[in-house]
Ligand binder design. Structure first.
Ligand code: ADP
Ligand code: MG
Length: 134
C-alpha cells in the first residue's frame, strides 16, 4: 500500500503519471471516492503516463471510453448492476490487452474480477487529497 498527499490537481496528475508505470495489460483499477474528489483527474494522469494524447472526458453518459484499446475509462454511476454492465458488453475488456480504470465500480461489484487494484481518493480540505493505492 502507498499513500500520497496531493495539494493540487497538477500534483494528482503527476502522481497518476508515475502510478501508470506500475500498470500492466489486463489490470483492473477501482477508483473510489466521492463525487468531485478527483477520480477523473487521476485517469488523466494515467493516460498521460501511458502516452495517450486524447483528451480524457468523463464517460458519465457513455459508461466507458476506449482509448486505443490501451486504456478503458469507466464511469458506472448510472449503471444499476453488474448484469446491465455485462449485457452492454462493458465487462469484455477486464483482463484483456488494455488497462481498465473504473469509477463507481461498487455499482457493478458482482461482475468485477477478484484481483483488482484499488485507488481511494479522500478530500482533505478544498484542494488537498489523500490518495491510497492498494
Ligand atoms: N488535489 C486535487 N486533485 C485532483 N483534483 C482536484 C484537486 N484539488 C482540486 N481538484 C478539483 O477537483 C475536481 C475533481 O473533478 P473530477 O476528477 O471530475 O472528480 P470525480 O471524477 O472524482 O467526480 C476538479 O475540478 C479538480 O480541479
Ligand atoms: Mg469522474
Amino acid at each position: 500500500m502507498a499513500i500520497f498527499l496531493s495539494c493540487s490537481e497538477k500534483a494528482t496528475v503527476s502522481f497518476a503519471k508515475e502510478y501508470a508505470k506500475t500498470l500492466r495489460a489486463g489490470d483492473v483499477v477501482l477508483l473510489n471516492g466521492e463525487m468531485g474528489v478527483g477520480k477523473t483527474v487521476f485517469v488523466k494522469g494515467v493516460a498521460q503516463g501511458m502516452g495517450i494524447k486524447d483528451e480524457i472526458l468523463s464517460p458519465t453518459y457513455a459508461y466507458m471510453n476506449d482509448y486505443d484499446g490501451k486504456l478503458y475509462h469507466y464511469d458506472c454511476y448510472r449503471l444499476k448492476n453488474g448484469e446491465q454492465a455485462e449485457s452492454l458488453g462493458l465487462t469484455d475488456y477486464f483482463g484483456g490487452k488494455g488497462v481498465c480504470l473504473i469509477e463507481w465500480a461498487e455499482n457493478i461489484s458482482d461482475v468485477l474480477p477478484e484481483d483488482c487494484k484499488k485507488v481511494t481518493i479522500k478530500k482533505i480540505g478544498t484542494v488537498n487529497r489523500e490518495i491510497i493505492c492498494e
